[in-house]
Design a protein around this ligand. Structure first.
Ligand code: FE2
Length: 282
């Protein structure tokens, strides 16, 4: 029997909940993907959920990564040294920032607002770590939506059921925000090489081939599939379900990470600090 055209159904290999940390009176966070699991989470470096007020983060640099900030609640102001402009992200908006060789930026809630956001760090391969910085503001109203009976999938990156987003990727990433009515099901297609996970924002559902249960605030990690082959993962809502799926092509390179910089070697990290303090990020 020829298996080359078969679509493998992903399982869920791990389920967990992140604990909530109080950083200050105006800032709490949760490390949904903790840093340090470089090979396991590849190409993702970490995912942080934050609830924060103005002044929680100061101006800071990045190099060697992309950050994907998704605003759940509140108005988030963004300033960077490239455009010199202030952008605003509203609930449902995302910003895909390619730090590449270097950006200096600040992410600050509007006065009096508490922002609830998710920030994912995506690794860049050695050949692209020093690429030109780029910002893509992904407004919820402009994102393509896959709609089926009881199913709505907002596609921030990659594709779902043949509906494709225009978001430019260096490392290919699928990011979709899925809403299902109770009893509705979705099959999300993914390249077999991708690593990925669900993060449940609201409700309860079953996930993957074994129909693993997942509830609000849980992470469900996808089992591996075969590179070069198509795969899919199924989701069924028990109650009204809102869940994010992030999946991406692994980079498979050594990771040297310190503070806001993620490179391949310690020497490159040292160089990043040197370049930043010598004003080479502007
Ligand atoms: Fe940042």
């Amino acid at each position: 029997m020829n298996q080359t055209d078969s679509v493998s159904e992903r399982t869920i290999t791990k389920v967990w909940s992140a604990k909530l940390n109080r950083i200050s009176s105006g800032h709490s966070n949760s490390l949904i993907l903790e840093p340090g699991h470089w090979a396991e989470y590849d190409p993702f470096l970490f995912l942080a959920e934050d609830w924060f007020q103005r002044g929680s983060f100061d101006v800071h640099p990045h190099r060697g990564i992309e950050t994907v900030t998704y605003v759940m609640e509140g108005k988030l102001e963004h300033y960077d040294n490239k455009t010199g402009d202030k952008d605003e992200l509203l609930p449902g908006d995302a910003q895909w920032m390619t730090a590449g060789r270097g950006v200096i930026h600040k992410e600050d809630p509007a006065e009096g607002e508490t922002v609830h956001s998710l920030q994912l760090w995506v690794n860049l391969p050695s050949t692209e770590k020093m690429t030109d910085p780029r910002y893509q503001n992904l407004r919820s109203a402009n994102m393509p939506v896959r709609t089926e009976d009881g199913v709505s999938v907002v596609i921030f990156s990659g594709s779902s059921g043949g509906v494709q987003s225009n978001t430019q990727n260096i490392v290919p990433v699928t990011m979709v925000d899925i809403q299902l009515q109770p009893g509705a099901s979705l099959k999300q297609d993914l390249p077999g090489s991708y690593n990925g996970f669900f993060f449940v924002l609201q409700g309860e559902g079953t996930f993957g081939r074994e129909k693993t249960k997942g509830v609000e605030r849980q992470v469900l990690w996808l089992g591996a599939s075969e590179a070069g082959q198509p795969s899919e993962v199924s989701v069924t809502a028990v109650s009204h379900l809102r869940v994010l799926l992030y999946a991406g092509e692994p980079v498979r390179e050594p990771v040297a990470a310190r503070g806001p910089f993620v490179m391949n070697t310690e020497e490159q990290i040292w160089q990043a600090y040197q370049d930043y303090s010598n004003g080479k990020f502007v």
